[in-house]
Design a binder for this molecule. Structure first.
Ligand code: HEM
Length: 225
C-alpha cells in the first residue's frame, strides 16, 4: 500500500474517531446528569432513579438513540484498534516513527492504553448494570419499576468496586482531555487561538466529567461506611 493511501485511510479513520468521540462525549453529559440523581436523599433517589431508568428504556426515540450510541461505541473502538495497528505496522517499516514524545503529553501518546482501561470498565459496566437491567431477573420497587437503583447502590458499598470505577474515571478524564481537543483539530480547527481555546475546553470538560462521575461512587461508599 502506498504512503498516500495509508495517509488517506488514517485521515478518514481519524474523522470517524472524532465524530463518534464527540457523540459519546455528549452522551456522557446526559448520563452524568441522570446519575447525579443517585445522590438525592435515599428514599427519593431510590424511586426517582428507577422511574428515570424505566422512562429511558420505554421511549422509542431514546431507544433509537441508544442503538445509535452502541453502534457509535463499536465504531470508535474498532477504529481505534485499526489506527493503533496501522501505526505499529508503519513504525515497524520505518515509515512513520513516533517522535512526538519530545513535545507531546504522556496521555496524547497513550490514548490506546487509556482506551483499553475504559473498555475493560465498559465490559464490567455493561455486564453489571446494562445487561442486568435489560435481561436480568432483578427485583422491582414499590412502584413496579425494575430496581436498578438497588443494584448500583449495593455495588458502590464495596471498596474494590468503587476503586475500579474511580481508576476508570481517571483514565476517562485523561482520554477526554486529549480526545476532545484532538477531535476539534481533526475536524478542521486550525487557527492557533481556536486550537488553544479548544484545548482549554477539552481539559475543563475532562476534569468535570472525571470528577463528576467519580464523586458518585465515592459519596455512596462513604455514606455507607
Ligand atoms: C457513577 C458512574 C456511573 C453510573 C452510576 C452508571 C450507571 C449506569 C446504569 C445503571 C446503566 C444501565 C441502566 C440504564 O440503561 O438505565 C448504565 C448504562 C450505560 N452506561 Fe453508565 N454509569 C456510570 C458511568 C458511565 C461511564 C463513565 C460511561 C462511559 C464511559 C458509561 C456508559 C454507559 C453506557 C454506554 C450505557 C448503556 C446506555 C443505554 O443503554 O442507554 N457509564 N450506566
Amino acid at each position: 500500500m502506498g504512503t498516500s493511501v495509508i495517509f488517506k485511510n488514517t485521515l478518514i479513520r481519524k474523522i470517524f474517531m472524532s465524530l463518534t468521540g464527540l457523540f459519546i462525549a455528549f452522551f456522557l453529559i446526559i448520563h452524568l446528569l441522570g446519575n447525579f440523581q443517585l445522590l438525592l436523599p435515599y428514599d427519593q433517589a431510590h424511586l426517582q432513579y428507577n422511574w428515570y431508568s424505566h422512562l429511558l428504556s420505554h421511549n422509542i426515540i431514546i431507544e433509537i438513540i441508544a442503538y445509535v450510541l452502541y453502534a457509535t461505541l463499536i465504531i470508535h473502538i474498532l477504529d481505534a484498534l485499526l489506527i493503533t495497528l496501522e501505526n505499529w505496522k508503519s513504525n515497524g517499516k520505518g515509515l512513520k516513527v513516533d517522535k512526538r514524545g519530545v513535545n507531546s503529553s504522556w496521555f496524547s501518546r497513550n490514548m490506546g492504553i487509556l482506551g483499553v482501561i475504559i473498555l475493560l470498565f465498559l465490559i464490567l459496566h455493561f455486564n453489571d448494570y446494562w445487561y442486568a437491567y435489560k435481561f436480568g431477573d432483578i427485583p422491582v420497587d414499590e412502584k413496579g419499576n425494575k430496581d436498578i437503583f438497588l443494584i448500583v447502590h449495593e455495588s458502590f458499598k464495596q471498596g474494590w468496586y468503587v476503586a475500579i470505577y474511580i481508576i476508570a474515571f481517571i483514565a476517562l478524564g485523561f482520554h477526554l482531555a486529549h480526545g476532545v481537543w484532538s477531535a476539534f483539530r481533526t475536524l478542521g480547527v486550525y487557527n492557533k487561538w481556536y486550537i488553544k481555546l479548544t484545548k482549554y475546553i477539552g481539559i475543563t470538560f475532562a476534569i468535570l466529567m472525571s470528577l463528576g462521575f467519580a464523586i458518585i461512587p465515592a459519596i455512596i461508599y462513604l455514606k455507607n461506611l
